[in-house]
Design a protein around this ligand. Structure first.
Ligand SMILES: Cc1ncc(COP(=O)(O)O)c(C=O)c1O
Length: 384
């Protein structure tokens, strides 16, 4: 066949070698994976048999569809658990399993724009880079609000900006844990400003990509969920829970979703989601993680991660990198390291800072090796 030897499921020896090399590279890269908010240790092997089906959760997870190779029943259980964790109003909330946090944010802002077509979106400088693109896609008016040095939205700037635009209904995009510093925007403060300015028509979306699976498990969470007055929320599934592919959760008050729902004969369901075809595996994998780890398991994982973050702070302090973190966040911010370190440890950087994120797979050994590398830097290189 074209001169290739076929000895493995139709693959040439060369192609099989490429897969082996990829496997080795990913295995080696995972070993030093401490800079991004994705859990790297999980075992979904009991679910591998489901890879033989062409599952697709097309349509609304709460409506029977003509496409029966789905995992909608598992998806509904996942959503019920997230509704519980986020204090979503019972019987008045809706949601679906998304392709990740970005889709959940796009969905929330889409609902917001349909609810307040003449609205203006307010979001802070520290908001995830994808949100600016979402605003361009939705073609909605928007204003960027200054951030405080700790990464949270500057409420003085917000108040002043809202005051100038009091005739336009605001759509607040709140960060429940910013990407770089894990800062949580002050929802109570935001609502106080809306009340002070007598702005009654408004919409609040919460981007809880990472921290949405951390705050349910701590003793003193900052206000962050539907109990704090939000209208919709997005959480990534592959971040704190961990998954071999991107996935996430979008939740919203049902009244907002009813506004955009359309009946579609072709799928025999309601078109309430952004994507048509949706992963049936994502819902199944999330269900498996939630059931197998359990509430006590997540509580313990979160406590361990925050303890590891404190350990990282002690060690980074000892090598003079000025580390700090927000309460309830495993994101440990420190002085921006040089390229040799960011590349070896896959550390995200922004302006003068870098961070490590003590996700469940990050150990003391990782931190010790990172700080040893930092300590070994030549003085000229250390802050270059
Ligand atoms: C605060 C925040 N929002 C949104 C996203 C995007 O989420 P996803 O990568 O799941 O699309 C991220 C990703 O890092 C994030 O940190």
């Amino acid at each position: 066949m074209g001169g290739f030897e076929q000895d493995f499921h139709g693959l040439s020896v060369n192609d099989q070698g490429r897969l082996d090399a990829l496997y080795e590279r990913l295995t080696a890269e995972r070993e030093g994976f401490i800079g991004y908010p994705c859990t790297a240790n999980f075992d979904y092997s009991p679910l591998y048999r489901f890879l033989e089906f062409s599952t697709n959760n097309v349509g609304d997870p709460f409506v029977e569809s003509n496409y029966h190779l789905n995992t909608h029943d598992f998806e509904r259980e996942v959503l019920a658990q997230f509704m519980d964790l986020t204090a979503a109003p019972p019987h008045a909330s809706w949601g679906y399993v998304t392709n990740g946090g970005t889709e959940g944010n796009l969905y929330g802002l889409f609902l917001a724009r349909e609810t307040l077509p003449d609205g203006m979106v307010y979001y802070s400088e520290d908001t995830h880079y994808s949100v600016n693109k979402i605003l361009r896609c939705l073609h909605v008016r928007n204003i960027m609000i200054k951030s405080r040095p700790d990464g949270s939205m500057d409420l003085d700037d917000l108040r002043e900006t809202l005051r100038i635009h009091r005739d336009v209904p605001p759509i607040l995009f709140a960060n429940i844990g910013t990407t770089m510093t894990g800062a949580i925007d002050d929802l109570a403060g935001i609502r106080q400003i809306l009340s002070d300015l007598a702005i009654s028509r408004h919409y609040i979306h919460a981007d809880a990509a990472l921290h949405g699976m951390i705050l349910p498990w701590v003793d003193r969470p900052q206000p962050w969920n539907f109990a704090a007055g939000i209208d919709s929320l997005a959480i990534s599934g592959h971040k704190f829970i961990g998954a071999p592919f991107p996935c996430g959760i979008a939740l919203a008050k049902k009244t907002h979703v009813d506004r955009i729902a359309r009946g579609i004969d072709y799928i025999g369901s309601l078109d309430t989601t952004l994507s048509g075809s949706r992963s049936g595996l994502a819902a199944l994998f999330l269900w498996y993680a939630l059931r197998s780890i359990g509430r006590a398991g997540f509580r313990e994982r979160v406590a361990n991660c925050l303890e590891m973050a404190d350990y990282a702070i002690d060690q980074l302090e000892a090598v003079g990198r000025n580390p700090w973190r927000h309460e309830n966040s495993p994101i440990v911010v420190f002085d921006r390291p040089p390229a040799s370190i960011t590349s070896k440890w896959q550390i995200a950087i922004h302006d003068q800072i870098g961070h490590v994120i003590t996700m469940p797979h990050v150990t003391r050994n990782h931190i010790d090796r990172l700080t040893a590398d930092l300590a070994a830097l030549e003085p000229v290189e250390a802050h270059s």
